[in-house]
Design a protein around this ligand. Structure first.
Ligand SMILES: Cc1cc2nc3c(=O)[nH]c(=O)nc-3n(C[C@H](O)[C@H](O)[C@H](O)COP(=O)(O)OP(=O)(O)OC[C@H]3O[C@@H](n4cnc5c(N)ncnc54)[C@H](O)[C@@H]3O)c2cc1C
Length: 277
């Protein structure tokens, strides 16, 4: 289904952002492939929008949401999940099959596709540790099976050696040994340390080597500092909260303000984790 002029605030966990000129929600892979073959516009893949800040000017291209790509199954202990499967669902599925290692994913509010792009991680684990192979589609609608060696996998960033490819599914190998982490305990830890229930995108900045972005921001005296309705969280200084009416511009101004303050005080460049479009 192709929609036009879709406000992105409804699709991003920051609850702000401009309008997508085109918004495509394919029903199935052949639908997506056919669409891409005829498409000339810039593409933005969308999961749950939990790591996206779309500028107020909007996106003059096509946003593609894979929410109907939601199949998950298991074959000889290899888990196959489509890109639209939520991480919480993947984590629960693994638990139900007595596979372990996916517990950390329950604490990350994204989809498999977004997590593969971001190399999402928490509590000492990252999603690509468990990837066996992925299926991609390129901007011309061609489908490929890819293995790990075809990607440059780093902290919160994954680059494909093949240009303009997007994830449509992945196969994972999780552990069959004893469970090490308890989902409920991990979620409690999250709730205790993060501003749950407020519009945000998780950690805004990547942790610099041997340091923590939250500590640097807090020690720059910025906890609670606001530009418009965009505020540094009192609970976790690496989170920016939209108190209600923050524009994407307010959030970006606050990001720049934080970067300048940390650079001035500690001579450290904070790099954004959030994807700004
Ligand atoms: C409260 C909160 C807590 C969070 N905690 C964590 C955490 O502990 N660890 C962590 O790593 N992250 C965390 N995040 C950030 C975010 O949840 C993750 O980065 C998540 O993996 C993003 O998934 P998504 O589906 O929402 O992706 P989106 O935000 O929709 O997209 C993120 C990026 O991935 C791209 N993308 C999306 N789908 C595809 C696809 N199919 N193919 C190719 N590219 C694609 C997008 O274009 C964009 O560049 C948190 C966010 C929030 C709001």
């Amino acid at each position: 289904m192709l929609y036009h002029n879709v406000p992105m605030d409804k699709h991003c966990s920051f609850r702000t952002g401009g309008i997508a000129q085109n918004f495509f929600v394919p029903q199935a892979l052949n639908d997506l492939s056919k669409f891409l073959k005829n498409n000339q516009k810039p593409i933005l893949m969308l999961g749950l929008g939990s790591n996206l800040l779309i500028r107020d000017q909007g996106f003059d291209g096509v946003v593609i949401q894979l929410k109907h790509f939601s199949k998950i199954d298991i074959d000889e202990s290899i888990v196959h999940a489509d890109s639209g499967v939520t991480l919480a669902k993947l984590s629960r599925f693994c638990e139900s099959k007595n596979l372990h290692g996916a517990e950390f994913l329950s604490a990350i509010p994204g989809t498999v596709g977004g997590a593969l792009k971001m190399n999402a991680g928490a509590f000492g684990s990252e999603i690509w540790q468990f990837v066996e192979s992925v299926t991609t589609i390129n901007a011309s609608g061609l489908i490929h099976e890819r293995n790990k060696t075809e990607f440059e996998i780093t902290y919160r960033q994954v680059l494909s050696k093949n240009k303009n490819e997007y994830f449509i599914s992945a196969s994972f190998i999780f552990n069959q040994d004893k469970k090490q982490q308890d989902i409920k305990a991990l979620l409690k830890k999250r709730n205790d340390s993060q501003p749950i229930g407020k519009a945000n995108c998780g950690s805004v900045f990547k942790n610099p080597k041997d340091n923590f972005a939250a500590r640097l921001i807090e020690n720059s005296g910025l906890k609670g500092f606001c530009i418009g309705d965009a505020c540094v969280s009192d609970k976790h200084a690496n989170f920016i909260i939209n108190q209600g009416k923050a524009s994407a511009g307010d959030i970006e101004k606050l990001i720049i303000h934080i970067q300048l303050a940390v650079k001035t005080k500690f001579n450290i460049d904070l790099k954004t984790e959030v994807t700004i479009v």
